[in-house]
Design a protein around this ligand. Structure first.
Ligand SMILES: [Fe+2]
Length: 260
């Protein structure tokens, strides 16, 4: 742990929980409710305690209100402010009412620890891939104009980069160039985080770090065609954000015995 961690805002990214209405249902052999509980137990071991959770989409697999209630019931006892965005598997209308109750917050632009956080929708109805709409890009531009002095994190479900696995790269963000056209105007943007690809990933472009994080359930094997699940364990990512704009991060895996 960084010796200065006590001065940092500690945030945890949790992504692609793929919960069902049923507690016993599995996704490719993994009980997603149980694997999330294992991940949350790992989050609860962190010292210092996280100041914030960031949920980056595909929170439900079946888009039911019961699945979002299951998510709420799992996370609320941690009593950590929790922000979220929707992925391609999510139903915004079903999740919004449940995930607006404390400690969940519906805001998509907020400030904590001297940092600005911007959460972008990238869903396209009926499509696995994602795209930032013209309205979203305009919103992003306007928000970045208004927080030029704050180090900024941008979150979006679909990563704007390729990971050199054909079946995965077919559903990443369709218009990364339009995203980058906006980001390139604002040097306060330090990093952009994503989910969707169920694996750890890092890339750098124009001084911005792009990160993806393991799912809390199944892992996609990198560079395997066609789909193959990885034997890597579920996990989460912890961030330490400092008021001077510096930051560091690490992925932590948890041991979930039922992963096959
Ligand atoms: Fe996804």
């Amino acid at each position: 742990m960084n010796p200065n961690s006590h001065s940092a805002l500690v945030a945890v990214q949790i992504t692609d929980t793929h919960l069902f209405a049923s507690e016993s249902q599995k996704l490719k052999g993994v009980n997603t409710a149980k694997s999330l509980q294992t991940v949350l137990h790992g989050v609860q071991q962190l010292q210092p305690k996280p100041d914030m959770l960031l949920l980056t989409g595909d929170l439900s697999q079946d888009e039911t209100m019961d699945s979002y209630q299951r998510l709420y019931d799992a996370i609320a006892p941690l009593q950590i402010p929790t922000y979220w965005l929707a992925g391609n598997h999510d139903c915004f209308a079903a999740m919004q009412p449940i995930l607006s109750q404390p400690p969940f917050h519906p805001q998509k632009s907020f400030q904590l620890g001297g940092w600005q956080f911007l959460l972008l929708p990238s869903q396209v109805p009926g499509w696995v891939g994602g795209k930032l709409s013209a309205d979203t890009l305009t919103w992003l531009d306007r928000e970045l104009q208004q927080c030029r002095d704050r180090p900024t994190l941008v979150a979006v479900h679909h990563p704007p980069f390729l990971v050199n696995t054909t079946w995965v790269d077919g559903s990443t963000l369709e218009n990364p160039e339009e995203f980058w056209q906006v980001l390139d105007k604002y040097p306060q943007v330090r990093l952009a985080i994503a989910g969707h690809i169920h694996q750890e990933f890092a890339a750098e472009r124009q001084g911005v770090q792009y990160l993806a994080t393991p799912s809390t359930c199944i892992q996609f094997a990198p560079f395997k065609e066609p789909f193959s699940s990885d034997r890597q364990q579920p996990g989460f990512r912890v961030f330490y954000f400092y008021p001077d704009g510096t930051w560091h991060t690490q992925v932590q895996r948890v041991r979930y015995a039922a992963v096959t």
